[in-house]
Design a protein around this ligand. Sequence first.
Ligand code: ATP
Ligand code: MG
Length: 495
Amino acid sequence: MFMQLFPGQLRGDARRYVNKLVSYVYPYVEITFREFQVDTWFERSEAFEAIERYLSANSSKMAKRLKANVVKDCKSVVLSLAENEEVTDEFNGIRIWWTSNKDTPEQRALFSYRGDEENRFYRLTCRREHRDIITKDYVKHVLDEGKAIAVRTRQRKLYTNNKTEKWSRFKRTMWSHIIFEHPSTFDTLAMDPKKKKEILNDLITFSKSKDYYKKVGKSWKRGYLLYGPPGTGKSSMIAAMANLLDYDIYDLELASVKDNTDLRKLLIDTSTKSIIVIEDIDCSLNLTGQRKEKKEEGKEDKDPIEKKVEEEEDKKKKGSEVTLSGLLNFIDGLWSACGSERLIIFTTNYVEKLDPALIRRGRMDKHIEMSYCCYETFKVLAKNYLDLDSHELFETICRMLGETQMTPADVAENLMPKSDEETPEICLNNLIKSLEDAKEVARLKALEDAKIKVEEEAGKKKDEDGEKEQKIDAKLGDEEGKKASDAKENGVMLA
Ligand SMILES: Nc1ncnc2c1ncn2[C@@H]1O[C@H](COP(=O)(O)OP(=O)(O)OP(=O)(O)O)[C@@H](O)[C@H]1O
Ligand SMILES: [Mg+2]
């Protein structure tokens, strides 16, 4: 009716006067808390989240229409108000009304930069005379309570980024998540106890150093580089770190990120108290590509097969245009300072392949080598898998581990009983047998390598000798030629 009565620009004026008139007689005050605010349109409003939790916990019993938000193992349901639902609350004898709603398309265009994306809000209504107490005390009470509930009911999540093309225009679906339930802890992680203690201390100190980071002017984040052969516990360590500090994990698949801008958006959309992981960073992208190209300029005589393989690889990686500089900025550029209490972890099997800029201190502050199983590592695995602190076979195993390289993953597999009949002793013997086999394989390989080397060297020597002989022949030929021509000249002279 309003629209029909006041067409065009008159509508704005009319609305203003009607609002004024209503405010004289309307005895209530309304406060709106939007999910996304105009000035922080990337970030979900913390107040909105806190209110959502507060209302779910306190007032959802009264509401008739609810939304089920999270269902964990089909056991527990977290409820929140459905759209247009109203509930009441009481504070120091004052009655407060809460409604839940979302912007209409018309309002969205006016109030949000987020275009078509839905912007929900909670609206608080109270009587005008209670305005002060509500804005000062009640709102604070709701926000504090909401945050406390979040801490109590927090379920850690494991996120992965969606392919950029699949980001919906209507919903924020940059990251998908599941509940994080990895059982790895620092107790079950097998590694040198001294090294483990050092990492533990580093992590705990980091998590308590909010003020220190502020004092030294650094954003509150820390980079870890985990490197070592496959199966040495890099992923297990990340899970143990998340379990220790109670952080979420964002497992970032770089190949699915279109370009540097999207990488930045993903970063902004991560929460605090989180670990951002890029696994196998050396395979994720051709991050050293730009520098290599420079070095190889003018090198035209490349093997054609090698060239083709490289082209194929490049084609595969073309899905993403993220560059090394984009990634460096992601780690410690200006944008990386938004949000805090974050660990950034890279894992790789080939640390030497990485660009030095990527892993310099300040970006990757701590470099942790995960290596083959040593005796200390074995002892932790024996305790975990067989509940053994000592055994007469330990000595043999200790000696053999010194002679052979075996990953903790392989040792663990050998220690695991495969049936009820397998006693700890049988498992230890299995391990000794595997170690013997591995030693024999390594010996044969070393022999083979040595043989190849000798053959190569012999071939090289043969080539060199051949070249030498050719040179001598050529020299002799030259000298004889010269002698002949000298003799000829002499003959001519004598004649
Ligand atoms: N140090 C370790 N402590 C305890 N368990 C380990 C350790 N290393 C490996 N394992 C066992 O081996 C399995 C593989 O380990 P994990 O996935 O952590 O290796 P990784 O280093 O991440 O390997 P990749 O480089 O292939 O990703 C795990 O399930 C774990 O049970
Ligand atoms: Mg791994």
